[in-house]
Design a protein around this ligand. Structure first.
Ligand code: CP
Ligand code: NVA
Length: 311
């Protein structure tokens, strides 16, 4: 397995073995952190640029902290402060940044922008969320599931809500590589990205993973190990808010749904949550919720990713 110098745009570019290795490395970084190794200087003197076109709490802060805990430093670059807004191309921005920094994490509105950055950067480019996908979230989530359930193969993860969600797209790809049983409970009109789903289905044949679509959320969550949801209205979808809320109103994760899922089910959410919409307070604050551990694990998985990819 060779990681150094590679981009992380989409998990389709990584083998099941590589995905598992990243997830296990994340757990190892966490273990070492709690054993007292708060700083592991494997990236001493390196610099990571964080180029963000959309807001972020977890991804931004966890990357900045991850860089420091590896002996590296980070520079946050708000999109609108760069010459990009005056028409400098993404290609020229990528070429320039590559002369200063050792890696670029980018959060973009449209997915093609991250592909374009990666094409022209000579340092690794890491997808920190696009309208299409959020692979870092999926990797952190696989780490959290492994930590909590002790295994990934055969774990039943039920995603309730927006079937076209970017986080779901990445969970499907990651889950298919790691042998999960993923059930999507969503209205029929909201479907995952076709090409990522096709990839996930193909991979599933070799790994024993399964992917199922069940419109009725109560039927879907039966026997779930994980009940997962995300916001109904993602960043950039504000104009279609009413339509999405109308479509998804029966897909709220509330105590009735968690009861149908059973005691074994843990509740996950990538956050930020819109409390009272896709999830109720009693669920997200309740005993089955692991959302804060899930958020913390973004830090440890990203240390693993930086340590592996940055030369
Ligand atoms: N889950 C996640 O990526 O959160 P942020 O939008 O706060 O980075
Ligand atoms: N689907 C959400 C995820 C946020 C981390 C969004 O894109 O806004």
């Amino acid at each position: 397995m060779r990681f150094k110098g590679r981009d992380l745009i989409e998990l389709i570019d990584y083998t099941p073995e590589e995905v598992r290795f990243i997830v296990e490395s994340g757990l190892e970084f966490k273990r070492r952190f709690y054993a007292g190794e708060r700083v592991i200087n494997v990236l001493l003197g390196r610099t990571i640029a964080l180029l963000f076109e959309k807001s972020s709490t977890r991804t931004r802060v966890s990357f900045e902290v991850a860089a420091r805990q590896l002996g590296a430093s980070s520079i946050y670059l708000g999109w609108s402060e760069l010459q990009l807004v005056r028409g400098e191309t993404l290609a020229d921005t990528a070429r320039t940044l590559s002369r200063y920094v050792d890696g670029i994490v980018a959060r973009v509105k449209e997915h093609w922008k991250i592909v374009e950055l990666a094409e022209h950067a000579s340092v690794p480019v890491i997808n920190g969320l696009s309208d299409l996908s959020h692979p870092l979230q999926a990797l952190g989530d696989m780490m959290t599931i492994l930590e909590k359930k002790g295994r990934l193969e055969g774990v039943k993860l039920v995603f309730v809500g927006d079937g076209s969600d970017n986080v779901l797209n990445s969970l499907l790809v990651a889950g298919s590589k790691l042998g999960l049983h993923i059930v999507v409970a969503s209205p029929g009109q909201l479907r995952p990205d076709e090409s990522l789903l096709r990839h996930a289905m193909e991979v599933s044949r070799d790994t024993g993973a399964t992917i199922e679509f069940i419109e009725d959320p109560f039927e879907a969550v039966r026997g779930a190990d994980i009940v997962y949801t995300d916001v109904w209205v993602s960043m950039g979808q504000e104009a279609i808010r009413e339509e999405k809320v109308r479509l998804l109103k029966d897909y709220q994760v509330n105590s009735r749904l968690m009861e149908a899922a059973g005691d074994r089910a843990l509740f996950m959410h990538c956050l930020p949550a819109k409390r009272g919409e896709e999830v109720t307070d009693d669920v997200i604050d309740g005993p089955q919720s692991i959302v804060w551990d899930q958020a913390e694990n973004r830090l440890h998985i990203q240390k693993a990713i930086l340590a592996l990819l940055i030369p």
